[in-house]
Write a protein that binds this ligand. Structure first.
Ligand code: ATP
Length: 324
């Protein structure tokens, strides 16, 4: 498909995040079309959650540059806080990795969802309650009416996560930012929640930026993949291109780790990511890269089309001076 025909719901350009002297994200550029799902993959600490949190403008103690344009609203990084308060929940919503800490322990989950519905849609108490029960039903909470009066600690981790999904969907956002639930849940439940989020996003015609650790799921269930290494996007594009026709040596290593070990989840290739005070000026992967050439350590490779036929920002791109 010619991607200029697609409507970009989100365009991130040169997103850079500093925490003190450390550059946590380095000129991240990504685009997402309406109704599509983008998986962010990469080792722990690569900056995936930082991207989602920066878009929501919820990063603390960080300096952020670049832009993140939401269709029809402008650059989220420069909008007033008042405007952001209006957008959060309505046009964009985030599902956090750990529902246990994101939910308020002092209120019942029914009240947390109902007050969100009242605030966003101006519903009466009884209409909000009805809609809350419907939403609990659609996210697969059994006995939704009974669960309305439960406090978060009275629910299992999986149920808490479903409550979070319901709260995120309360305002019918057209962009969801979701962090894959990790260690707090067992793997089967994790996969169920991921599939639930993807299904509900699709049914609603919304778009989703999903932090995923499961490469197989990213390639099966998501339209696009962006591979991150130490805060830089090294390869991005349609899921099949990135996984099957990858050109970046890091993507190749990630994929071969999964194949060799037979693991579904992301396994880090050998070696370690340099610490922030020893980060190369150029390509951050160069210290572990079998194909590194002289300029890799000093010059950051730009994200460019991976093939001559790839031209638009949604096409397959790589950032490498010496690709496969
Ligand atoms: N609140 C914070 N203060 C300082 N540094 C932070 C903070 N949060 C994250 N970082 C640093 O920012 C970098 C990116 O972290 P981030 O959580 O975005 O990575 P990630 O790819 O989402 O990792 P994971 O897969 O483990 O969730 C890491 O080096 C991390 O140590």
């Amino acid at each position: 498909m010619n991607d200029t025909a697609l409507y970009h719901v989100l365009s991130i350009k040169d997103l850079t995040v500093f925490r003190g002297a450390a550059k946590i994200l380095d000129r991240v550029t990504l685009a997402l079309a309406q109704g599509e799902t983008l998986a962010l993959v990469g080792e722990s600490g690569a900056g995936k959650s930082t991207i989602a949190t920066a878009i929501m403008r919820l990063l603390e103690n960080a300096r952020v540059t670049g832009s993140a344009t939401l269709a029809g609203e402008g650059d989220l990084l420069t909008l007033s806080e008042r405007k952001m308060v209006k957008l959060r929940g309505r046009r964009l919503a985030m599902i956090f990795q750990d529902a246990g800490t994101a939910l308020n322990p002092s209120y019942t989950v029914g009240r947390q969802l109902s007050t969100t519905l009242q605030r966003i849609h101006g519903l009466s108490k009884s209409d909000a309650r009805k809609q809350a029960i419907d939403l609990f039903t659609s996210v697969g909470i059994n006995d939704p009416e009974g669960r309305m009066s439960a406090f978060p600690h009275q629910l299992s981790g999986g149920m808490q996560q479903r409550v979070m999904v319901a709260i995120a969907l309360a305002g019918s956002p057209d962009l969801l930012l979701a962090d894959e639930p990790t260690s707090a849940l067992d793997v089967t439940i994790q996969a169920q929640i991921v599939r639930l989020i993807l299904k509900l996003t699709r049914e609603r015609g919304a778009s989703c930026v999903f932090v995923l650790h499961d490469l197989a799921l990213a390639s099966q269930a998501c339209d696009r993949i962006a591979v991150l290494y130490a805060g830089q996007v090294v390869e991005s594009g349609p899921a099949r291109d990135v996984l099957e026709r990858h050109r970046h040596p890091y993507t190749k290593q990630l994929k071969s780790c999964v194949l060799e070990i037979g693991a579904k989840d992301l396994v880090a290739p050998e070696g370690t990511v340099p610490s922030h005070d020893q980060m190369p000026n150029g390509c951050r992967f160069c210290t572990r890269c079998p194909r590194a050439v002289a300029r890799c350590a000093d010059e950051t490779p730009p994200l460019v089309p991976a093939r001559p036929t790839a031209t638009g920002p949604l096409d397959h791109h790589i950032a490498c001076w010496n690709p496969e």
